[in-house]
Design a protein around this ligand. Structure first.
Ligand code: HEC
Ligand code: HEC
Length: 307
C-alpha cells in the first residue's frame, strides 16, 4: 500500500515543486515506518501485546503474562481510538515509554518494561510511533490484570517507582579495554540493544522481593523468571554462563535458537528469537554478542528445567 502511494506520488512528480516536496515527505514517512518496524522487533513489543494462543489480532492485547505478583494482561496498542492508543499523541507515547506514565497521569506497572525502554532514543520512539500508526486498528477491549493482593492497587506502583525507577537518557559508558577501539562501535550498539531495546535483563537479571532488578547480578540468571521458568546466566562465566561460547555461537543462537550443543531454545527465549533477535541484522546480533562477552563474568548456577 505504501509502495503504491510512492508510485502514485512519483507519477505526479513532474507537475509542480510542491508535489516534489510531498513525494519527499512521503518517502521520509515510509522510511520512518520501516525503521520503526525494526525498532518494534528489537523492542519485542509483539509478544506481550498479542494473544497468539487465543488467535487475537496483532497488538490487540489479551496476552497473559504470569508473574510472582499475579497475571498481567497486555493491553491493545493498535491505533483503535476507543480500545487502543488511537487517541494518543507522540508526546503521550514518549511519556509512556520513557516515564512509564499513562496520558491520564497514572503510573504503569513495571511488567511493561519501561524501566528498560526509558532510555530509548527519541528518534527510535518517533519511528516506532510512525510504524504503530500503520498497524491495522483492532477494537478488542482491554481486560483488567488479575493481580494478587495488594498489587492490584496501582498507586503502589508509585511507591515502587520512587524506590527503583530512574528515567534518563541512554549512556553506553566506557567499554572494557579488551574491546579495543575498533570494537567500540559494536559494543555501544550492543549495550543499547541489550540494556534498552531488547530489555534482556528483564528476564535474565534476578530480582529482589519487590521485583526490582539486582544490578550487581546483571544478566547472571533468574531462577524464577518469566512464567516461572528459570532463565540462564548469560554472563561470560565459563562454568555457569556462556563463557565457553564463541561470538558466532551467540549470533547463531540469537538467529535460529540452536546452542553449541545442538539443543534448541524453548519457552520464553524461543519467542524472543522468533520475534526479536531472529529479525535483527547480522551486525546487530554481532553487536549483542560483543557486548555480552565484554561483561564481568558472574559465577552463578541456575538449575535447568528437566528435559
Ligand atoms: C514484557 C511484556 C511487555 C513488553 C515486551 C512490552 N510491553 Fe507494553 N505493556 C505491557 C503491560 C503488561 C502493559 C500494561 C501496564 C499497566 O497496565 O500498568 C503495557 C502497556 C503498554 C502501553 C500503554 C497502553 C495503554 O493503554 O495505556 C503501551 C503504549 C505499550 N505497552 C507499548 C509497548 C511497546 C511500544 C513495546 C515495545 C517497544 C512494548 N509495549 C513492549 C507489557 C509489555
Ligand atoms: C521473556 C524472557 C527473556 C528475554 C526478554 C530474553 N531471554 Fe534469553 N533466555 C530466556 C530463557 C527462558 C532462556 C532459556 C531457554 C532454554 O534453554 O530453553 C534464555 C536463554 C538465552 C541464551 C542461552 C543461554 C544458555 O546457556 O543456553 C542466551 C544467549 C540468551 N537467552 C540471550 C538473550 C538476549 C541477548 C536477550 C535480549 C535480546 C534475551 N536473551 C532476552 C528468557 C529471556
Amino acid at each position: 500500500m505504501l509502495r503504491r502511494g510512492l508510485i502514485l506520488a512519483a507519477l505526479f512528480l513532474p507537475l509542480s515543486g510542491a508535489t516534489a516536496q510531498e513525494v519527499r515527505q512521503e518517502a521520509a514517512d515510509e522510511a520512518a515506518i520501516r525503521r520503526g518496524e525494526y525498532v518494534f522487533n528489537a523492542g519485542g513489543c509483539y509478544g506481550c501485546h498479542t494473544d497468539v494462543k487465543g488467535k487475537g489480532a496483532p497488538l490487540a492485547g489479551g496476552r497473559r503474562l504470569k508473574t510472582p505478583f499475579g497475571d498481567f494482561i497486555g493491553p491493545n496498542i493498535t491505533p483503535d481510538p476507543d480500545h487502543g492508543i488511537g487517541g494518543w499523541t507522540l508526546a503521550d507515547f514518549t511519556r509512556a515509554l520513557r516515564e512509564g506514565v499513562s496520558p491520564a497521569g497514572d503510573p504503569y506497572y513495571p511488567a511493561f518494561p519501561y524501566t528498560s525502554f526509558s532510555r530509548m532514543e527519541e528518534e527510535d520512539i518517533a519511528d516506532l510511533w510512525a510504524w504503530l500508526q500503520s498497524v491495522e486498528p483492532a477494537d478488542t477491549e482491554n481486560v483488567g490484570h488479575e493481580l494478587d493482593f495488594p498489587y492490584g492497587w496501582r498507586w503502589l506502583t508509585g511507591v515502587w517507582r520512587a524506590l527503583y525507577f530512574s528515567p534518563g537518557d541512554f549512556e553506553a559508558g566506557e567499554p572494557p579495554a579488551a574491546v579495543g577501539e575498533e570494537g567500540r562501535e559494536p559494543w555501544e550498539r550492543g549495550a543499547y540493544l541489550v540494556r534498552v531495546l531488547g530489555h534482556c535483563s528483564e528476564c535474565h537479571t534476578p530480582r529482589g522481593g519487590l521485583g526490582a532488578m539486582n544490578d550487581d547480578l546483571f544478566l547472571a540468571g533468574n531462577a524464577a523468571g518469566a512464567e516461572g521458568e528459570p532463565v540462564p546466566n548469560i554472563t561470560p562465566d565459563r562454568a555457569t554462563g556462556i563463557g565457553g561460547w564463541s561470538l558466532a555461537d551467540i549470533e547463531g543462537y540469537l538467529e535460529i535458537g540452536m546452542d553449541p550443543d545442538g539443543d534448541f531454545a524453548g519457552g520464553a527465549m524461543a519467542e524472543v528469537i522468533d520475534h526479536t533477535t531472529g529479525k535483527l541484522t547480522p551486525a546487530d546480533r554481532r553487536a549483542i554478542a560483543v557486548f555480552l562477552m565484554s561483561l564481568p563474568a558472574v559465577e552463578r548456577r541456575i538449575a535447568r528445567p528437566p528435559g
